[in-house]
Design a protein around this ligand. Structure first.
Ligand code: ASP
Length: 344
Protein backbone atom coordinates (compact mmCIF):
# COMPACT_ATOMS: atom_id res chain seq x y z
CA UNK A 1 0.00 0.00 0.00
CA UNK A 2 1.44 3.38 -1.01
CA UNK A 3 1.67 6.08 1.62
CA UNK A 4 0.20 9.48 0.79
CA UNK A 5 3.50 11.00 -0.34
CA UNK A 6 3.90 8.25 -2.91
CA UNK A 7 0.56 8.90 -4.55
CA UNK A 8 1.08 11.29 -7.41
CA UNK A 9 -1.61 13.28 -9.16
CA UNK A 10 -1.30 15.42 -12.26
CA UNK A 11 -3.65 18.40 -12.48
CA UNK A 12 -4.22 19.49 -16.06
CA UNK A 13 -5.61 23.01 -16.20
CA UNK A 14 -7.30 23.68 -19.53
CA UNK A 15 -9.24 26.81 -18.60
CA UNK A 16 -12.76 27.79 -17.58
CA UNK A 17 -14.22 29.76 -14.71
CA UNK A 18 -12.48 27.72 -12.03
CA UNK A 19 -9.11 29.28 -12.84
CA UNK A 20 -10.22 32.90 -12.70
CA UNK A 21 -9.45 35.68 -10.24
CA UNK A 22 -10.15 39.42 -10.22
CA UNK A 23 -7.41 41.51 -11.74
CA UNK A 24 -6.43 43.84 -8.87
CA UNK A 25 -6.03 46.72 -11.31
CA UNK A 26 -9.00 46.45 -13.67
CA UNK A 27 -11.34 44.37 -11.51
CA UNK A 28 -12.19 42.05 -14.43
CA UNK A 29 -11.85 38.28 -14.29
CA UNK A 30 -8.57 36.97 -15.64
CA UNK A 31 -7.01 33.48 -15.61
CA UNK A 32 -4.60 32.75 -12.76
CA UNK A 33 -1.01 31.76 -13.32
CA UNK A 34 -1.50 28.10 -12.51
CA UNK A 35 2.03 27.70 -11.18
CA UNK A 36 0.76 29.66 -8.19
CA UNK A 37 -2.42 27.67 -7.64
CA UNK A 38 -1.44 26.93 -4.03
CA UNK A 39 -1.55 30.67 -3.26
CA UNK A 40 -5.23 30.58 -4.16
CA UNK A 41 -5.95 27.17 -2.65
CA UNK A 42 -3.51 26.87 0.27
CA UNK A 43 -5.34 23.68 1.30
CA UNK A 44 -3.43 21.92 -1.51
CA UNK A 45 -0.23 22.15 0.58
CA UNK A 46 -1.88 20.12 3.34
CA UNK A 47 -2.79 17.18 1.16
CA UNK A 48 0.39 15.21 1.45
CA UNK A 49 0.07 13.82 -2.07
CA UNK A 50 2.71 14.42 -4.67
CA UNK A 51 0.81 17.02 -6.72
CA UNK A 52 1.99 18.32 -10.06
CA UNK A 53 0.26 20.60 -12.50
CA UNK A 54 0.43 21.49 -16.12
CA UNK A 55 -1.42 24.37 -17.72
CA UNK A 56 -2.63 25.04 -21.22
CA UNK A 57 -1.11 28.19 -22.62
CA UNK A 58 -3.24 30.03 -23.52
CA UNK A 59 -6.05 28.61 -21.41
CA UNK A 60 -9.32 27.93 -23.15
CA UNK A 61 -12.88 28.85 -22.46
CA UNK A 62 -14.54 25.51 -22.92
CA UNK A 63 -16.65 26.82 -25.82
CA UNK A 64 -13.41 26.77 -27.81
CA UNK A 65 -12.60 23.17 -27.03
CA UNK A 66 -12.72 20.83 -30.00
CA UNK A 67 -11.30 17.44 -31.10
CA UNK A 68 -7.83 18.96 -31.58
CA UNK A 69 -7.83 19.94 -27.91
CA UNK A 70 -9.07 16.48 -26.87
CA UNK A 71 -6.09 15.02 -28.69
CA UNK A 72 -3.79 17.40 -26.84
CA UNK A 73 -5.34 16.35 -23.51
CA UNK A 74 -4.99 12.69 -24.38
CA UNK A 75 -1.35 13.21 -25.29
CA UNK A 76 -0.65 14.83 -21.92
CA UNK A 77 -2.26 11.80 -20.25
CA UNK A 78 -0.34 9.43 -22.54
CA UNK A 79 3.03 11.06 -21.80
CA UNK A 80 2.39 11.02 -18.06
CA UNK A 81 0.43 7.80 -17.76
CA UNK A 82 3.14 5.77 -16.08
CA UNK A 83 4.36 8.61 -13.88
CA UNK A 84 1.08 9.41 -12.11
CA UNK A 85 -1.57 7.52 -10.18
CA UNK A 86 -4.40 9.73 -11.35
CA UNK A 87 -5.35 12.81 -13.34
CA UNK A 88 -7.56 15.79 -12.54
CA UNK A 89 -8.64 17.87 -15.54
CA UNK A 90 -9.81 21.41 -14.77
CA UNK A 91 -12.20 22.44 -17.49
CA UNK A 92 -14.92 24.99 -18.19
CA UNK A 93 -18.31 23.63 -17.33
CA UNK A 94 -20.02 24.50 -20.60
CA UNK A 95 -18.59 21.65 -22.66
CA UNK A 96 -17.18 19.50 -19.88
CA UNK A 97 -19.62 16.66 -20.60
CA UNK A 98 -18.49 16.57 -24.26
CA UNK A 99 -14.83 16.39 -23.26
CA UNK A 100 -15.49 13.72 -20.64
CA UNK A 101 -17.41 11.66 -23.21
CA UNK A 102 -14.74 12.11 -25.87
CA UNK A 103 -11.93 11.09 -23.49
CA UNK A 104 -13.87 8.01 -22.40
CA UNK A 105 -13.94 6.81 -26.03
CA UNK A 106 -10.35 7.81 -26.73
CA UNK A 107 -8.75 6.15 -23.70
CA UNK A 108 -9.32 2.45 -24.31
CA UNK A 109 -8.27 0.14 -21.44
CA UNK A 110 -7.94 3.07 -19.05
CA UNK A 111 -6.80 1.86 -15.65
CA UNK A 112 -6.35 5.17 -13.85
CA UNK A 113 -8.78 7.87 -12.71
CA UNK A 114 -9.32 10.84 -15.01
CA UNK A 115 -11.53 13.22 -13.03
CA UNK A 116 -12.86 16.37 -14.68
CA UNK A 117 -14.02 19.26 -12.59
CA UNK A 118 -14.55 23.01 -12.75
CA UNK A 119 -16.73 25.53 -11.00
CA UNK A 120 -19.61 27.93 -11.39
CA UNK A 121 -17.82 30.70 -9.47
CA UNK A 122 -14.14 31.57 -9.99
CA UNK A 123 -11.62 30.22 -7.52
CA UNK A 124 -10.66 33.79 -6.62
CA UNK A 125 -14.12 34.61 -5.24
CA UNK A 126 -15.03 34.14 -1.61
CA UNK A 127 -18.11 31.99 -2.30
CA UNK A 128 -16.41 29.86 -4.92
CA UNK A 129 -17.45 26.25 -5.39
CA UNK A 130 -14.11 25.66 -7.11
CA UNK A 131 -12.05 24.87 -4.02
CA UNK A 132 -14.27 22.06 -2.81
CA UNK A 133 -14.59 20.66 -6.33
CA UNK A 134 -10.83 20.71 -6.86
CA UNK A 135 -9.94 19.29 -3.44
CA UNK A 136 -12.40 16.42 -3.63
CA UNK A 137 -11.56 15.66 -7.27
CA UNK A 138 -7.93 15.20 -6.16
CA UNK A 139 -9.05 13.01 -3.27
CA UNK A 140 -11.02 10.82 -5.71
CA UNK A 141 -8.19 10.63 -8.24
CA UNK A 142 -5.88 9.49 -5.43
CA UNK A 143 -8.25 6.97 -3.83
CA UNK A 144 -6.90 3.42 -3.70
CA UNK A 145 -8.31 0.10 -2.66
CA UNK A 146 -6.29 -3.13 -2.56
CA UNK A 147 -3.45 -1.29 -4.25
CA UNK A 148 -5.52 -0.23 -7.27
CA UNK A 149 -7.50 2.94 -8.04
CA UNK A 150 -11.05 3.06 -6.73
CA UNK A 151 -12.35 4.80 -9.87
CA UNK A 152 -10.38 3.88 -13.01
CA UNK A 153 -12.78 5.79 -15.26
CA UNK A 154 -13.26 9.18 -16.92
CA UNK A 155 -15.65 10.96 -14.53
CA UNK A 156 -17.02 14.35 -13.68
CA UNK A 157 -16.89 15.44 -10.06
CA UNK A 158 -19.12 18.38 -9.27
CA UNK A 159 -21.00 19.55 -6.20
CA UNK A 160 -20.67 16.41 -4.11
CA UNK A 161 -21.40 13.94 -6.89
CA UNK A 162 -19.12 11.79 -8.96
CA UNK A 163 -20.74 10.71 -12.22
CA UNK A 164 -19.52 8.72 -15.20
CA UNK A 165 -18.36 11.33 -17.73
CA UNK A 166 -20.16 9.92 -20.75
CA UNK A 167 -23.44 9.70 -18.81
CA UNK A 168 -23.36 13.28 -17.60
CA UNK A 169 -24.93 16.43 -18.92
CA UNK A 170 -24.83 20.08 -17.83
CA UNK A 171 -28.25 21.04 -16.56
CA UNK A 172 -27.84 24.42 -14.88
CA UNK A 173 -26.11 27.66 -15.76
CA UNK A 174 -26.93 28.94 -12.29
CA UNK A 175 -26.78 26.33 -9.57
CA UNK A 176 -23.70 24.82 -7.99
CA UNK A 177 -25.41 21.50 -8.62
CA UNK A 178 -24.81 21.97 -12.35
CA UNK A 179 -24.46 18.41 -13.67
CA UNK A 180 -26.49 15.30 -13.57
CA UNK A 181 -26.45 11.81 -14.93
CA UNK A 182 -30.01 11.04 -16.02
CA UNK A 183 -29.69 7.36 -16.81
CA UNK A 184 -26.94 6.05 -14.57
CA UNK A 185 -26.59 6.54 -10.80
CA UNK A 186 -23.65 8.49 -9.35
CA UNK A 187 -20.45 6.49 -8.83
CA UNK A 188 -19.83 8.25 -5.53
CA UNK A 189 -21.55 10.68 -3.22
CA UNK A 190 -19.75 13.07 -0.97
CA UNK A 191 -20.93 14.18 2.44
CA UNK A 192 -19.07 13.64 5.67
CA UNK A 193 -17.60 10.62 3.92
CA UNK A 194 -16.68 9.80 0.38
CA UNK A 195 -19.05 6.97 -0.41
CA UNK A 196 -18.11 4.97 -3.50
CA UNK A 197 -20.59 2.63 -5.17
CA UNK A 198 -18.13 0.01 -6.36
CA UNK A 199 -20.82 -2.10 -7.99
CA UNK A 200 -21.50 0.78 -10.43
CA UNK A 201 -17.86 1.51 -11.23
CA UNK A 202 -16.34 -0.23 -14.20
CA UNK A 203 -13.10 -2.13 -13.51
CA UNK A 204 -11.04 -3.36 -16.46
CA UNK A 205 -10.79 -7.12 -16.53
CA UNK A 206 -7.26 -7.66 -17.70
CA UNK A 207 -4.11 -5.65 -17.50
CA UNK A 208 -4.25 -4.43 -21.08
CA UNK A 209 -2.18 -1.62 -22.49
CA UNK A 210 -3.72 1.83 -22.81
CA UNK A 211 -4.69 2.50 -26.42
CA UNK A 212 -5.43 6.08 -27.42
CA UNK A 213 -7.70 6.76 -30.39
CA UNK A 214 -6.87 10.18 -31.70
CA UNK A 215 -8.91 10.48 -34.88
CA UNK A 216 -12.30 12.17 -34.93
CA UNK A 217 -14.39 12.80 -38.02
CA UNK A 218 -16.43 15.97 -37.52
CA UNK A 219 -18.65 15.38 -40.57
CA UNK A 220 -21.67 14.98 -38.33
CA UNK A 221 -24.77 17.00 -37.48
CA UNK A 222 -27.47 17.10 -34.84
CA UNK A 223 -31.01 17.82 -35.98
CA UNK A 224 -33.42 18.62 -33.18
CA UNK A 225 -36.98 17.90 -34.28
CA UNK A 226 -39.85 20.24 -33.43
CA UNK A 227 -43.51 20.27 -34.37
CA UNK A 228 -43.78 21.99 -37.74
CA UNK A 229 -40.25 21.19 -38.94
CA UNK A 230 -40.12 21.75 -42.68
CA UNK A 231 -38.58 19.76 -45.45
CA UNK A 232 -36.22 22.49 -46.65
CA UNK A 233 -34.45 22.46 -43.29
CA UNK A 234 -34.18 18.66 -43.16
CA UNK A 235 -32.89 18.54 -46.71
CA UNK A 236 -30.40 21.33 -46.13
CA UNK A 237 -28.88 19.27 -43.34
CA UNK A 238 -28.85 15.85 -44.96
CA UNK A 239 -27.52 17.29 -48.19
CA UNK A 240 -24.56 18.88 -46.39
CA UNK A 241 -21.51 17.96 -48.41
CA UNK A 242 -19.54 15.13 -46.83
CA UNK A 243 -22.01 14.52 -44.00
CA UNK A 244 -21.35 10.96 -42.78
CA UNK A 245 -23.49 10.78 -39.68
CA UNK A 246 -26.63 12.51 -38.45
CA UNK A 247 -28.10 12.48 -34.97
CA UNK A 248 -31.81 13.20 -34.86
CA UNK A 249 -33.07 14.36 -31.50
CA UNK A 250 -36.55 12.92 -31.41
CA UNK A 251 -39.57 13.16 -29.13
CA UNK A 252 -40.16 10.91 -26.11
CA UNK A 253 -39.05 7.34 -26.61
CA UNK A 254 -37.63 8.09 -30.07
CA UNK A 255 -40.63 9.30 -32.03
CA UNK A 256 -40.76 11.52 -35.10
CA UNK A 257 -43.40 12.72 -37.55
CA UNK A 258 -44.66 10.07 -39.96
CA UNK A 259 -44.79 12.51 -42.92
CA UNK A 260 -43.92 10.53 -46.00
CA UNK A 261 -41.36 13.11 -47.18
CA UNK A 262 -39.55 12.88 -43.85
CA UNK A 263 -39.23 9.10 -43.94
CA UNK A 264 -38.28 9.16 -47.64
CA UNK A 265 -35.53 11.71 -47.02
CA UNK A 266 -34.08 9.73 -44.11
CA UNK A 267 -34.21 6.49 -46.08
CA UNK A 268 -32.58 8.09 -49.11
CA UNK A 269 -29.74 9.38 -46.94
CA UNK A 270 -29.21 5.96 -45.33
CA UNK A 271 -29.43 4.09 -48.65
CA UNK A 272 -26.63 6.33 -49.88
CA UNK A 273 -24.31 5.34 -47.04
CA UNK A 274 -25.28 7.82 -44.32
CA UNK A 275 -25.76 6.83 -40.68
CA UNK A 276 -28.65 8.16 -38.62
CA UNK A 277 -28.73 7.80 -34.85
CA UNK A 278 -31.97 8.36 -32.95
CA UNK A 279 -31.46 10.12 -29.59
CA UNK A 280 -34.29 11.36 -27.40
CA UNK A 281 -34.78 15.04 -26.52
CA UNK A 282 -36.00 13.95 -23.09
CA UNK A 283 -33.72 14.57 -20.16
CA UNK A 284 -33.94 10.97 -19.04
CA UNK A 285 -35.08 7.60 -20.34
CA UNK A 286 -34.39 5.70 -23.50
CA UNK A 287 -35.25 5.47 -27.17
CA UNK A 288 -37.36 2.40 -27.85
CA UNK A 289 -37.78 2.12 -31.57
CA UNK A 290 -40.85 0.24 -32.68
CA UNK A 291 -42.82 0.97 -29.52
CA UNK A 292 -44.97 3.49 -31.45
CA UNK A 293 -45.80 3.68 -35.12
CA UNK A 294 -43.94 7.03 -35.10
CA UNK A 295 -40.62 5.25 -34.65
CA UNK A 296 -41.32 1.87 -36.26
CA UNK A 297 -40.97 3.26 -39.77
CA UNK A 298 -37.63 4.87 -38.97
CA UNK A 299 -36.43 1.51 -37.73
CA UNK A 300 -37.42 -0.05 -41.06
CA UNK A 301 -35.59 2.74 -42.88
CA UNK A 302 -32.37 1.76 -41.04
CA UNK A 303 -32.19 4.44 -38.34
CA UNK A 304 -30.07 3.23 -35.39
CA UNK A 305 -31.35 3.53 -31.81
CA UNK A 306 -29.25 5.68 -29.49
CA UNK A 307 -30.91 3.94 -26.53
CA UNK A 308 -30.32 6.00 -23.37
CA UNK A 309 -27.24 7.89 -24.56
CA UNK A 310 -26.80 11.59 -23.74
CA UNK A 311 -26.59 14.11 -26.54
CA UNK A 312 -22.95 14.83 -25.60
CA UNK A 313 -21.95 11.18 -25.68
CA UNK A 314 -23.84 10.57 -28.93
CA UNK A 315 -22.02 13.21 -30.93
CA UNK A 316 -18.57 12.38 -29.55
CA UNK A 317 -19.16 8.65 -30.01
CA UNK A 318 -20.25 9.16 -33.60
CA UNK A 319 -17.23 11.36 -34.41
CA UNK A 320 -14.96 8.82 -32.72
CA UNK A 321 -16.39 5.82 -34.60
CA UNK A 322 -16.34 7.63 -37.95
CA UNK A 323 -12.69 8.46 -37.33
CA UNK A 324 -11.86 4.95 -36.20
CA UNK A 325 -13.60 2.76 -38.78
CA UNK A 326 -14.37 3.07 -42.45
CA UNK A 327 -16.85 0.18 -42.53
CA UNK A 328 -20.41 1.41 -42.14
CA UNK A 329 -21.40 -1.96 -40.71
CA UNK A 330 -18.73 -1.80 -38.00
CA UNK A 331 -19.77 1.75 -37.06
CA UNK A 332 -23.44 0.78 -36.79
CA UNK A 333 -22.55 -2.30 -34.75
CA UNK A 334 -20.42 -0.20 -32.38
CA UNK A 335 -23.20 2.38 -32.01
CA UNK A 336 -25.40 -0.44 -30.77
CA UNK A 337 -22.82 -1.53 -28.19
CA UNK A 338 -21.51 0.16 -25.10
CA UNK A 339 -17.86 1.19 -25.65
CA UNK A 340 -17.23 2.82 -22.29
CA UNK A 341 -20.42 2.37 -20.30
CA UNK A 342 -22.28 5.15 -22.16
CA UNK A 343 -25.46 3.11 -22.79
CA UNK A 344 -27.34 0.59 -20.70
N1 ASP B 1 -17.62 29.73 -20.09
C1 ASP B 1 -17.00 28.95 -19.06
C2 ASP B 1 -16.41 27.71 -19.72
O1 ASP B 1 -17.11 26.77 -19.95
C3 ASP B 1 -17.98 28.60 -18.02
C4 ASP B 1 -17.46 27.76 -16.89
O2 ASP B 1 -16.31 27.41 -16.77
O3 ASP B 1 -18.29 27.44 -16.04
O4 ASP B 1 -15.26 27.72 -20.05
Amino acid sequence: MKNKKEISILIIYTGGTIGMVHDPVTGSLIPIDFRHISDHVPELRKFGYDLHSISFDPVKDSSNIDPGVWVKMSEIIEENYNKFDGFVVLHGTDTMAYTASALSFMLENLRKPVILTGSQLPIGLLRTDGKENLITAIEIAAAKENGGPVVPEVCIYFDNKLTRGNRTTKMSAEHFDAFYSPNYPPLAEVGLHLKYFNNLISYPEKDQKLIIHKVFDTNVAILKLFPGINRKLVQAIIKTEGLRGLIIETFGSGNAPTYQWFLDDLKHYIDNGGIILNVTQCHGGSVEMGLYETSRQMLSAGVVSGKDITSEASVTKLMHLLGRYSSREKIVQSLNNSLAGEIS
